[in-house]
Design a protein around this ligand. Sequence first.
Ligand SMILES: NC(=O)c1ccc[n+]([C@@H]2O[C@H](COP(=O)([O-])OP(=O)(O)OC[C@H]3O[C@@H](n4cnc5c(N)ncnc54)[C@H](OP(=O)(O)O)[C@@H]3O)[C@@H](O)[C@H]2O)c1
Length: 381
Amino acid sequence: MKRVCLLGATGSIGDSTISVLKQHPDRFQLHSIAARDNWKKIAGLAREFNIKRICMFSETAAKELSKELGFPVLAGMDGLLELATEGDVDIVVNALMGAVGCLPTLAAIEQGKHIALANKETMVMAGPVIQDSLKQHPKAFITPIDSEHNAIFQCLAGRPVEEVKNLQITASGGPFREWPMEKFASIRVEDALNHPVWSMGKKITIDSASMMNKGLEVIEAHFLFHIPYEQIKVVVHPQSMVHSLVQFRDGSLLAQLGAPDMKIPIQVALTWPERLLLESAHLDLPALAKLTFFAPDFKKFPCLALAFEAGKLGGVVPAMMNAANEILVEAFLNGNIGFMDIPRHLETIMARAPTIQGRLDLSHALAADAEARKIAVSLIN
Ligand SMILES: NC(=O)c1ccc[n+]([C@@H]2O[C@H](COP(=O)([O-])OP(=O)(O)OC[C@H]3O[C@@H](n4cnc5c(N)ncnc54)[C@H](OP(=O)(O)O)[C@@H]3O)[C@@H](O)[C@H]2O)c1
């Protein structure tokens, strides 16, 4: 029986994780849960799974929940770190949204945990720090939940990076794939939230519309799999059935296919290398009829180009881009800036990234994150 700590239990990945856990009550026990504000949903989960270890990031939500349940509830970053490092926990599922996920990932690595990682912002903000920490704590390991990285993880199946010619990360292309560029200035929040394939949290849905999500995934793949940016390609694949591919040096191109259902990569991340039964849609190739693939349009989607640039520049640039993007996406969702202001401001902010000496450490990443948020707020205002 594996005990699971689920950070981000109220979100889209949180929901899918819970439905996977429910299918395997003999394998997994949901031991602890965390969210930010949604204490009512957490109260329901606490009762359903008899959970006593809970953190609400918001102090107010923690107080409300504690009153409701009649026992103490942890709060803030200290609470997240306490749950992620508990001796009783075998697997930490990090399904938090945003850079807040970075420190809990690091803390879990330091305790030698298995981390099932959905929070891609962890790797973008502090990839080298995570790599170094994994080296120092060899018992710890990450299995990726992001469907593209989970696909690559399955195709690689532990083969050495020297055998890899390139990684090919697929992208649905989002809601604006077929929109002419002239219409981009008039994109409304409801247009951007209308993802053609996936149903996800709001931030990642906007990132998918701008293709920043794919950019973040390129950086995540670079750090997870130790592959240079020159060997990472993005391929637009509107049907989202091929979740990503690995081209090996012998010419074999391995792909992982599956229905666009996050329960599949979540279960693989929890049970790898075992494959358990999962109630989920199964693909019927003749019914699919046609799978199409295109090169991405970097002009229409400047966020994708900026993310490649940030990754190649390295240092604190990815952390700054990631933090600024979080602020800009929120501003777009609140109607304070236009859709194309996101890449416009990101470019300005990235140009102001300081050069660091040596390898990125945690203090660099945290300082860069804070500085980028400050600049982003000032640009919005
Ligand atoms: N959704 C997908 O299909 C998908 C696919 C691949 C990767 N991912 C990645 O998975 C992560 C989660 O995405 P999502 O779509 O599940 O997001 P979501 O639906 O917005 O859920 C985010 C979760 O994180 C919690 N949270 C946010 N800020 C927090 C904070 N400061 N402290 C504690 N908890 C906090 C939220 O709690 P409240 O509800 O209380 O706000 C919620 O439980 C993201 O990094 C995303 O890029 C998602």
